[in-house]
Design a protein around this ligand. Structure first.
Ligand SMILES: Cc1ncc(COP(=O)(O)O)c(C=O)c1O
Length: 362
């Protein structure tokens, strides 16, 4: 790495992805404080941030462990020294199950399951590998993605209880359908999802399988999810980075933008426009266009693969090589495009974090 660690981020070549540590720490403090207030443990999802060093910062900031989406993401985290991971997803097929066993030899791992055959396969593989896998029965709390009904959960929980090398830890109910809802519906729909999870808890309690962990909640509703009495572990993570989508679509309150991209002007040949050296291969564009935060009178109007097209007011006077700072629209579709993230305080680079979870899709 040729960059001096004391470099000003504005001297690092572009396009470059960077994290404002002060803003990030303020978001982390806010999320952790809310969890503490409601006696909920915080297990932030790292599917957006994908860097073990950033995960360590979350743990320093109060997180109890982390949440991953995939086995390969968990592998990247374990390689980076993380020791307590929930894979909040179903892990299907002998190849992935075998990789899961390797992860479980190096870290404490809990996974979500919604199928009896899958649980049997995981039990057999864990017994064979000499490890124990913790299991949360995945409840469909309205997202209609994965997960069983509260009634079906009883049989699955009993199966986990009866099989060797798997340990029933509780329930997961991720209310993904609520995240993008209008503010006026969000509280009621979060409550409806929480009620389904509570019902599953009641059903397990009734047969003597009281869940120790009830896990759910995302950045788009965490302030509701943590307060409704259904979960005792919160999965919300991306809000620590914050972006336009969390701000505008999910209305996450009082967070600061922490994730930025610096780009440079490479052309102003067309009147009323400047062109930046970062396109959708840098910003992502799953949910929308990035916003410019360094200058007034500039608006991103479209993204090509390697170019951002910006409309500029007459009074904007930018030259070739001038730097512009953007906030990505959705960090989840941005970070994974990069190899490293610069950790920056007061414009100075403190650390450079490899994004080892980029491309970890299996
Ligand atoms: C299982 C699960 N948990 C939690 C989340 C919330 O993630 P974040 O808080 O990063 O938006 C998601 C988002 O897709 C998810 O799929």
């Amino acid at each position: 790495m040729s960059v001096e660690l004391t470099a000003n981020i504005n001297t690092v070549d572009t396009p470059v992805l960077w994290l404002d540590l002060d803003a990030f720490e303020s978001n982390v403090e806010r999320m952790y404080a809310l969890c503490k207030k409601h006696n909920v443990l915080w297990r932030p999802h790292v599917k957006a941030s994908k860097s073990p060093q950033l995960a360590h910062k979350l743990l320093t900031g109060g997180a109890h462990g982390i949440t991953c989406a995939k086995v390969s993401e968990a592998e990247a985290m374990v390689d980076g020294g993380i020791k307590d991971i929930l894979i909040a997803n179903e892990i299907i097929g002998s190849k992935k199950i075998s990789r899961l066993m390797t992860v479980a030899k190096q870290a404490h791992v809990c996974i979500a399951c919604d199928d009896a055959t899958n649980i049997q396969e995981i039990s057999a593989a864990a017994e064979n590998a000499g490890v124990e896998i913790d299991i949360l029965v995945d409840i469909n709390v309205g997202a209609n993605r994965c997960g069983v009904t509260p009634e079906q959960a009883v049989n699955l929980a009993q199966l986990v209880e009866d099989l060797p090398s798997v340990r029933l830890r509780g329930l997961m109910g991720y209310e993904g359908h609520v995240m993008g809802m209008q503010s006026e519906d969000k509280e009621a729909e979060s409550k409806a999802a929480a009620d389904i999870l509570k019902e599953a808890r009641t059903q397990l309690d009734a047969v003597g399988l009281a869940p120790e962990i009830c896990s759910g909640g995302g950045s788009g509703n965490y302030w509701h999810a943590a307060s409704l009495g259904a979960i005792n572990e919160l999965q919300a993570g991306g809000g620590a980075l914050m972006d336009i989508s969390y701000q505008e679509l999910m209305k996450v309150p009082d967070h600061r933008y922490a994730l930025f991209i610096n780009a440079q002007v490479i052309s102003k040949a067309v009147s009323g426009r400047v062109i930046l050296d970062a396109g959708w291969k840098t910003t992502g564009r799953h949910t929308g266009l990035p916003s410019i935060v360094s200058h007034e009178g500039m608006e991103v109007i479209s993204l090509n693969a390697e170019h951002t097209i910006v409309a500029v007011d007459d009074n904007v006077n930018l030259n070739h090589g001038d730097r512009v700072t953007l906030v990505p629209h959705y960090s989840d579709s941005t970070v994974l495009l990069h190899r490293e993230m610069y950790a920056v305080r007061n414009n100075f680079v403190e650390q450079i974090w490899p994004i080892t979870g980029a491309g970890a899709l299996q």
